[in-house]
Design a protein. Structure first.
Length: 282
């Protein structure tokens, strides 16, 4: 066991935190936590994740993560250099802004249509409850099933217009309920999103930068890892879940993420990113 691993393990035991509890709070798999304590960094998915996982470990057991990384920088493998793609980040930001404007326009139109429907409904109701004159000038004729008693039995029945027939009001338009994806909080290095007005999650991922390691877990009973590994540039993948999901990205600026038609902003720096998407079923 390395000096760094002994220091982290000692701090964890003093806090009376088990590896299972630490796995739940940091979202780092138990075998990676054990590898960090043993100093066996080869088990981790890459040198970049060694620093990210050690930083999360130290923060969870009450140590100063930046100080730990500085003290043991000679024994921690150096992260591989990353190439930032500003053009792609700006394009993603513009796409997000256009999507936001489009959603706002649709909601305004739906709200306007709903208001018109309500106004029309109350106008019809007030008209029906208002007393009418015996012979209104512009009263429209209404067709009933009354038959002219003087008509011959073999002739065609001519409909008689009844001015007292009730008017059936048109039903108000049904408001459109749109699926909503919103960021509710960022805590412990994890962004929490809530998806409402939906019965399932549709997650779409595309690698637009350098190769990126990722992991996606289904937060059902029991928790299940759906997929993990390193994805190369241009790789696209999608998942459909009927419950909440948790995702880890090694390089957040290398990924475009879309949840139920809404883009999720992961950032423009090559840092690890953890995202939990909770499904609020209809």
């Amino acid at each position: 066991m390395s000096d760094l691993g002994q220091l982290l393990r000692k701090a964890r035991l003093e806090k009376k935190i088990s590896l299972e509890d630490l796995q739940e709070s940091t979202k780092i798999r138990k075998r990676y936590l054990e590898a960090i304590e043993d100093g066996n960094y080869k088990i981790l998915p890459g040198n970049f994740y060694v620093r990210a996982f050690i930083k999360s470990y130290a923060e969870a057991v009450g140590l100063e993560p930046n100080e730990i990384l500085s003290l043991y920088q000679n024994v921690i493998p150096a992260a591989e250099p990353d190439h930032i793609e500003p053009t792609r980040s700006k394009r993603t930001t513009r796409n997000t802004e256009r999507m936001g404007k489009w959603v706002s326009t649709v909601m305004m139109i739906a709200f306007f249509v709903l208001i018109l429907g309500i106004i029309y409904y109350y106008l019809i109701m007030n008209y029906n409850n208002k007393p009418h004159e015996a012979n209104p000038v512009n009263e429209p004729n209404r067709v009933t099933d009354k038959v002219d008693p003087n008509a011959n039995s073999g002739s065609v029945t001519t409909p008689v217009y009844d001015k007292n027939a009730p008017v059936v009001p048109a039903p108000p338009p049904v408001p459109v309920v749109k699926t909503e994806v919103k960021l509710v909080k960022s805590q412990g290095g994890t962004d929490y999103y809530l998806v409402s007005n939906a019965d399932k999650l549709t997650i779409q991922m595309k690698i637009v930068g350098d190769a990126c390691w990722m992991q996606i877990d289904s937060l059902g009973e029991p928790r299940d890892t759906l997929e993990q590994g390193t994805f190369t540039k241009g790789k696209e993948q999608s998942w459909e879940l009927t419950n909440s999901a948790f995702m880890i990205f090694g390089r957040s600026n290398a990924v475009e993420l879309n949840v139920n038609g809404t883009p999720i902003v992961l950032g423009d720096t090559p840092n690890a990113k953890r995202v939990q998407i909770d499904l609020q079923k209809v």
